[in-house]
Design a protein around this ligand. Structure first.
Ligand SMILES: [Zn+2]
Length: 485
């Protein structure tokens, strides 16, 4: 089960909202009694029935509604009927607690768009029906989390934040955010589930792996909103995560995920457990961003990881631990992420996201590749790097950065034209990436290898960013080379 409420956080004016909103998420790992029903399922041809898939943790009738009291919108998306039911007592309600409400059509249309975005990422959803119910403001039934079968938006949710939050999810712009988050949970948390069996590291329901369930959901919900027609939502959501994370660096919240899990689960003492739970989402969303960035260097994206976890674990009724995610990353990308996990997921090193603006999520369809004119070099030899990029999306600029990462994977040096420096540095040349264009391969860098580079195995990393915004990765690629003594 997940419980989720909204809160206000400090921040400058954003759009017409006047202040930043943040999500405080209180999520409780759902229990998987019904997960066994997923075993052996492999896609739309063999779906369990709704009745076979009732979540035993939802009260009977929790997702039920009747057409006499609800407006019902539904759309079949990739074989799943997405049903949005909005209570008729909201007819004529134009604001709740001083905030404007969306129209029914806006709300339902947004849910359909977001479901479509997610179903493209995962390729499928195992149930034939999902329900999103907006109940009457006077209904005392609470939000009980997103299950595989759907979720309910209730008026009581804001009580969880001590009454400090916006009045309801069914207001502008909150209707775009929290429901998009919960909709991702029907896959991540609903089908892909962490393994709490035999744990002694936390009393539960939060465990180290909650970074995957909560954090990656916190990363995908702003991404989905960008894809669903609200481009500013990605930057806003990620900047909130970044700001909240750095505000807590050096405080009692500055813990590895396992440490956060213990405090998020017990609520032993002030500050409240919910504050540690929030940190899961903010920190985990930033870890998701970093993983996505690293996967791009292998020609993959976080979408490939999510699909792998869904198909190879979730749909197979296999629950995951942290080691399974590392294994999945290796399967997907061919790269070993153990060091990354040791530092940022199991360990608590500072996440290298300070200063990033996250202006736009990279379209994962833009691909780049690089090649060199050899694989083994000696100091003083000339080395030429060639770039190829395909941009099926809209026209854009691409600022190019070239990094060299030694085999230990811990540091990256960036080429400046005169040598290598430790900070990401744009090369002078910027590439116009026209819509639908395929660029290259063209030689883009030729230089004599400086004698200052130690011998060893390196990975050359080419990153295309939006010019002036290193936080917005358009595409990246890598190639191995060896410097000989
Ligand atoms: Zn959540």
């Amino acid at each position: 089960m997940q419980q989720e409420v909204e809160c206000e956080s400090g921040g400058g004016p954003v759009g017409g909202v006047g202040r930043l909103l943040c999500l405080v998420l209180i999520c409780i790992a759902s229990q998987p009694a019904a997960a066994a029903l997923l075993a052996g399922r492999d896609g739309p041809r063999d779906r369990p029935s709704k009745a076979a898939f009732e979540d035993p943790f939802l009260p009977p009738g929790y997702l039920d509604f009747d057409a006499a009291n609800y407006h019902v919108f539904s759309l079949s998306i990739r074989g799943t009927r997405v049903v949005v039911a909005i209570h008729r007592s909201l007819d004529g309600v134009t604001q709740i607690g001083g905030r404007p409400t969306p129209t029914r059509e806006e709300f339902a249309g947004h849910m359909f768009k977001v479901f479509e975005v997610y179903s493209q990422i995962f390729s499928s959803f195992p149930l034939d029906r999902v329900v999103i119910k907006v109940q009457a403001l006077a209904d005392p039934q609470r939000f009980l989390g997103a299950s595989r079968m759907g979720f309910v938006l209730s008026a009581a949710d804001v009580d969880l934040a001590g009454g400090t939050g916006p009045p309801h999810w069914y207001t502008i712009p909150m209707y775009r955010e929290a429901p998009a988050h919960e909709l991702f949970h029907i896959w991540n948390g609903g089908v892909i589930q962490l393994d709490p069996t035999g744990r002694t590291d936390s009393p539960g329901p939060f465990f180290e792996e909650s970074w995957f369930v909560e954090g990656l959901t916190g990363y995908y919900d702003p991404r989905s909103r960008q894809a669903a027609g609200y481009p500013e939502d990605y930057a806003r959501g990620m900047q909130v995560a970044r700001d909240n994370y750095f505000r807590r660096v050096g405080t009692e919240f500055d813990l590895p995920f396992a440490g956060l899990a213990a405090r998020a689960s017990t609520g032993c003492c002030p500050p409240p457990a919910s504050d540690f739970q929030s940190m899961f989402v903010w920190k985990g969303a930033l870890v998701g961003y970093l993983l996505d960035w690293m996967l791009l260097e292998t020609g993959k994206t976080l979408d490939d990881l999510m699909r792998y976890m869904y198909e190879q674990l979730g749909l197979q009724n296999r629950r995951f631990r942290t080691r399974d995610v590392i294994q999945a990353l290796r399967q997907v990308s061919g790269r070993d992420f153990q060091d990354f996990f040791d530092r940022y997921v199991v360990g608590n090193e500072r996440l290298p996201v300070e200063g990033l603006e996250f202006l736009e999520h990279h379209p994962s369809s833009t691909r780049a590749s690089i090649a060199t004119d050899g694989s083994r070099y000696r100091a003083g030899q000339g080395l030429t790097v060639s770039l190829a990029a395909g941009n099926p999306g809209g026209a854009r600029g691409g600022g190019a950065h070239l990094g060299a990462q030694p085999a230990d994977g811990r540091t990256t040096l960036y080429f400046t034209g005169r040598g290598f420096v430790p900070t990401m540095t744009p090369l002078a040349r910027a590439f116009p990436l026209a819509s639908g264009a395929v660029l290259g391969p063209v030689p883009v860098f030729s230089f004599a290898l400086p004698a200052s580079i130690p011998a060893g195995a390196y990975t050359f990393l080419l990153t295309l960013t939006d010019p002036g915004n290193p936080g917005a990765i358009v595409a990246s690629a890598s190639v191995p080379i060896t410097f000989q003594p």
